[in-house]
Design a protein around this ligand. Structure first.
Ligand SMILES: C[S@@+](CC[C@H](N)C(=O)[O-])C[C@H]1O[C@@H](n2cnc3c(N)ncnc32)[C@H](O)[C@@H]1O
Length: 258
């Protein structure tokens, strides 16, 4: 999906079923997420993340945090418990509107609509902590890679950057050769998979073309390592990030400093 379509696509999700478009669990489709349970998930995720970050022996400063691809603020709100000021950034106006409605931390949570493919709205070395999850994977790698470069620019010299990105489609034991080849193709040449899907969908359900689309892109770890190195980052470690609603992908979480 081209960048100029990305914001509109997410805004359509945000208007139709915002919480499900963020955590796509089958039984929650059709606006069936309860706010409390949804935000509780965010709280738990951030607590575990902070706990894990401590185990990296990094003394995270508790000043400014950034939540990139913040949606309705599920994680931004949780980060505000641990940081003095948290900035949530999203490409969808409706998501930002909802994030402001859900905000219970007043001016300590600032939400920004950013419809650009960079983070020019922030100065260099601004954030002590940057977190981005289930966001970079939904855009073409040329865009996600540019945001990673931008994260390193706006990260403070002793800050910590954590982001999630799928590495590959999972091959399960017993998968046929054809399925293995298809998964490899979807990982390394996703465009072929999408051409197939668009053609198929147009033939059998013309309405499909107007519905919002959730694309998922994988980026190989070696490419991310290269990108981090090139932008003067230091990759501390990479761990499996088990996302229960994404069984088809191997998702990884990267921990990076400058
Ligand atoms: C699946 S949701 C995840 C929301 C949030 N990270 C969470 O876990 O609760 C992905 C979010 O990323 C936003 N998004 C997609 N592309 C973006 C971009 N280029 N810049 C900023 N936000 C983007 C979407 O509007 C959506 O709110």
């Amino acid at each position: 999906m081209r960048f100029d379509k990305l914001g509109k696509n997410w805004n359509n999700f945000a208007k139709a079923d915002p919480l499900w478009s963020i955590l796509t669990e089958d039984d929650k489709k059709g606006n069936r997420w309860e706010d409390e349970e949804f935000f509780e998930r965010g709280k738990k995720e951030i607590e575990e993340l902070i706990e894990y970050s401590r185990s990296l022996n990094i003394d995270i400063k508790r000043g400014m945090a950034l939540d990139f691809g913040c949606g309705v603020g599920r994680l931004t709100q949780a980060l505000a418990v641990h940081f003095e000021e948290v900035h949530g950034v999203d490409i969808s106006p409706r998501m930002i509107e909802l994030a402001n409605e859900y905000n219970s931390h007043g001016s300590r949570c600032v939400y920004h609509l950013n419809e650009r493919s960079d983070l020019k709205l922030f100065d260099d070395d601004t954030f002590d902590f940057i977190y981005s999850t289930i966001t970079l994977m939904h855009m073409e790698p040329k865009y996600s890679k540019n945001y990673i470069k931008e994260f390193l620019r706006v990260l403070s010299p002793d800050g910590l950057l954590v982001f999630q990105q799928p590495n590959e489609m999972i091959v399960y034991p017993g998968d046929s050769l054809i399925r293995r080849m298809k998964n490899k193709m979807k990982t390394d040449l996703p465009i072929l998979g999408y051409i197939h899907r668009y053609t198929y969908a147009r033939l059998f359900n013309p309405d499909y073309m107007n519905a919002p689309l959730m694309e998922v892109y994988c980026v190989r770890t070696r490419e991310i390592e290269k990108l981090i190195r090139k932008n003067n980052g230091k990759l501390l470690n990479v761990i499996d990030d088990d996302l229960r609603h994404m069984p088809a992908h191997r998702s990884l979480r990267y921990h990076v400093t400058k």
